[in-house]
Design a protein around this ligand. Structure first.
Ligand SMILES: *Cc1c(COP(=O)(O)O)cnc(C)c1O
Length: 428
């Protein structure tokens, strides 16, 4: 129903008789159900993250001339600003697609059919990248890991030392695994590769964690990085990014899995701006990402990372307060191996799907479901991107209310612990 502007209200007369408002009792409450979810919803899943109002507003513009003028300047400024976000001087390729598209672009531009990729397991996501490489023609070997610890650099070194003929051509790993909440030590894994004097291409998935967890592509010796727009970069899904260092670009020369649309060649040899996207630029997402990058630049990347660290610690404090032996626990015991972007919580005897349902349907909070081995035994809180204490404490308070609503055992107040953590960080 269209609501007439105030001042020229026409009353009910123009509505069909059966649409007349006779009572403000909603159909929901007339069924005897009650929900508190009315208000601004909160999405606390590990991507897509909350899109800031500024970013939403930036997209709301008509389509421009795509061949010249402001959109070309804005797009160029994004390409200019992307390297610093990943701690590199290497330029980024942008693929119109999600993180999977960035995975595909990375693999198809650097590998030859049948070449071996060593996948460093630490949950679901490196495995997913490896499976995609396998479907595209590579051979995959998984270095087994666990669901609650980071990749062990010594195990990487040991495996690479065994590979005397250098059959392994690429190593793939995630900075943050979004299923387990682990953060891998990317620099230490580089050290392991160097200690084994192994020449494999080192490729890192920073999709969940760019602008959340510290990442220095060049300093840490990463050859290729992939990311995407919808997590720490606070932009709707639809842009994948691949930063290719010198070694990755050299691999491109001999790669034989290259496919037309994904191929870096047409982008590197662009003679018109739109060639950088292999076609029409994703106009609205370009406006959005420009605004999001401006927000990060205004805050300062170091401050963005610090904010994520403090808010992540407050989540961990909350879960530790809630913890009971048969209830909630942090999946990653070692604080140094926890991501500042997302936290996976195991639920013991508590039904995580019932908790998520109550939080979403009755209270307007969407939590991440347990994925991979966490289906039915865990849930996730995404704390990436556009987030501040009221948003996060509201999220934690709603989880606490949800736990009470379903009669779950909890130790003490997670909200109090989280607020104390934030208060400590803010102490002057
Ligand atoms: C979200 C995510 C992906 C997948 O991104 P999509 O945009 O869903 O394709 C890959 N890797 C990690 C670590 C992620 O968090």
């Amino acid at each position: 129903m269209l609501i007439p502007p105030l001042g020229r209200c026409v009353g009910n007369a123009r509505l069909a008789p059966d649409r007349r408002v006779t009572s403000y009792d909603s159909r929901v409450s007339s069924l005897g159900q009650m929900s508190l979810r009315h208000g601004r919803p909160m999405v606390a899943i590990p991507g897509p993250s909350v899109t800031p109002d500024r970013v939403l507003a930036a997209m709301h513009r008509p389509m421009p001339n795509i061949y010249a003028g402001p959109i070309v300047d804005i797009s160029n400024s994004i390409f200019a600003d992307l390297p610093a976000i990943a701690g590199t001087t290497s330029e980024a390729f942008i693929v119109i697609g999600n993180g999977h598209a960035a995975w595909q672009m990375a693999v198809s531009n650097t590998l030859r059919r049948g070449e071996k990729v060593l996948v460093l397991e630490s949950g679901a996501f490196a495995i997913g990248w490896g499976e995609q490489a396998a479907m595209s023609g590579a051979t995959i070997e998984v270095l087994p890991g666990s669901d609650n610890t980071a990749v062990d650099p010594l195990a990487v070194e040991e495996r690479l030392r065994e590979d005397k003929d250098h059959e392994i051509k690429a190593i793939v790993v995630v900075l943050t695994d979004t299923a387990t909440g682990v953060r891998n030590d990317i620099r230490a894994i580089r050290g392991a590769i160097d200690a084994a004097r192994h020449p494999a291409l080192y490729m890192v998935d920073a999709i969940a964690s760019l602008a959340c967890d510290p990442f220095q592509m060049d300093e840490w010796g990463v050859d290729l990085t992939v990311s995407a727009s919808q997590k720490g970069l606070m932009t709707p899904p639809g842009l994948g990014m691949v930063w290719a260092g010198e070694k990755a670009l050299a691999a491109h020369d001999r790669a034989d899995m290259r496919v037309g649309y994904m191929d870096w060649a047409s982008r590197m040899n662009a003679t018109a701006h739109y060639h950088l996207y292999n076609g029409t630029p994703p106009i609205s997402l370009i406006y959005a990402l420009r605004e999001a990058l401006d927000m990060i630049l205004e805050e300062g990347l170091a401050n963005v990372l610090r904010r994520h660290e403090i808010l992540a610690k407050s989540v961990w404090a909350a879960v530790e307060a809630w913890h009971t032996p048969d209830g909630l626990s942090l999946n990653i015991a070692d604080p140094a191996a926890r991501s500042n972007a997302t936290t996976t919580i195991t639920t013991g005897s508590i039904n995580p799907d019932e908790l998520r349902r109550v939080c979403e349907e009755e209270a307007g909070l969407t939590l991440g479901l347990g994925i991979g081995n966490f289906g039915g035994r865990g849930f996730r809180i995404g704390h990436m991107g556009h987030l501040n204490p009221p948003m996060l404490l509201g999220t934690l308070g709603t989880v606490e209310a949800g736990l009470a609503a379903i009669g779950s055992p909890t130790g003490s107040s997670g909200v109090a612990a989280a607020a104390a953590t934030i208060g400590e960080a803010l102490r002057v």
